[in-house]
Write a protein that binds this ligand. Structure first.
Ligand code: MG
Length: 297
């Protein structure tokens, strides 16, 4: 078998990227979900977004969610922030790390964020100054293509990433917002940006897990995933389905790659997530259980 990294870091995004598109879930239930994910061993959890509650009602109450979380759980709680005001609120509420999205697609940025890429980068610079040393991840969205412009050259995506680093981002995530990534395109991007990145995949076209496997073979050791495969992009038709956390952990366990995450505890968290959104989530491992689980005698 191809050589693989010995360990991988997973940032769980279900409580934010997952729940943002759902009917609002009550604050105490969001706290329960984040706590269950921390108990499963996830070291980084994107727990909240400090966005307009009018624009994204499901993310209202971000400060209350953060206030309800156990700060000794071992997990770092990340807040997504769209602008300087969001960053101020997040830092006041005790967010330990921030995530800021910059689109690699001019048209997507214009239509969905109401900003040019330049304006987003200027905002990122101000947010990094405000964060005063706390980690600020820049997530480059549409890194594998745009619904408006089609494929975006890996070199163009790499330039947006480099400019985000210059603006002060302490890490970079490249997101397949539109579900257009394939292993071949993962290889092209990693050849342009290097393997010291995080990748965020969607299962829109069923390639999320195979893209993660391709990235592992290229030496990438950090991934975003979402419990139960919750979420996707509310702005891209059919782009539902983040790569499921339990699907990646199930694969890593079998490959002997350490993630520090307990699959059994994750499946409990997936069951909780399903009960909170009141529907069956699209994760095959949550549905079938681990390959090692035998039928009852
Ligand atoms: Mg996503």
């Amino acid at each position: 078998m191809t050589s693989l990294p010995s360990c991988v870091r997973i940032r769980e995004v279900g409580p934010r990227d997952g729940l943002q598109g759902e009917s609002p879930v009550a604050v105490p239930d969001r706290v329960r979900l984040v706590s269950a994910l921390a108990a499963a061993g996830l070291g980084e959890i994107e727990a909240v977004a400090f966005v307009s509650p009018r624009a994204v009602p499901a993310m209202a109450g971000a400060a209350e969610v953060l206030a309800g979380l156990d700060r000794d759980s071992g997990a770092v709680y990340v807040a997504l922030v769209p602008n300087v005001r969001g960053a101020e609120l997040a830092l006041e509420a005790g967010a330990e790390a921030l995530n800021v999205t910059i689109s690699a697609s001019r048209e997507y940025s214009h239509r969905n964020v109401g900003q040019s890429i330049e304006e987003s980068l200027a905002g990122l610079r101000s947010i990094c100054a405000l964060a005063a040393g706390r980690p600020v991840d820049a997530t480059v969205s549409c890194a594998f293509g745009s619904p408006y412009e089609g494929d975006i050259e890996a070199g163009v995506v790499a330039t947006v990433g480099a400019r985000a680093s210059e603006a002060g981002a302490t890490s970079l995530t490249f997101a397949d917002t539109t579900g257009m990534a394939t292993p071949r395109r993962v290889e092209e991007l990693v050849a342009s940006v290097g393997s010291e990145i995080r990748l965020h995949f969607h299962e829109t076209r069923g390639t999320g897990l195979v893209n993660a496997y391709a990235a592992l073979q290229l030496g990438v050791t950090a991934f975003d995933t979402s419990i139960g495969g919750l979420g996707g992009s509310p702005f891209v038709a059919g782009a539902g389905g983040n790569l499921a956390t339990e699907g990646l952990v199930h694969l890593l366990d079998d490959l002997g790659v350490t993630s520090g995450v307990s699959l059994e505890r994750l499946l409990e968290a997936a069951a909780l997530a399903q009960s909170l959104v009141k529907r069956v989530l699209p994760s095959p491992v949550a549905a079938a259980g681990p390959r090692s689980r035998l039928a009852p005698a």
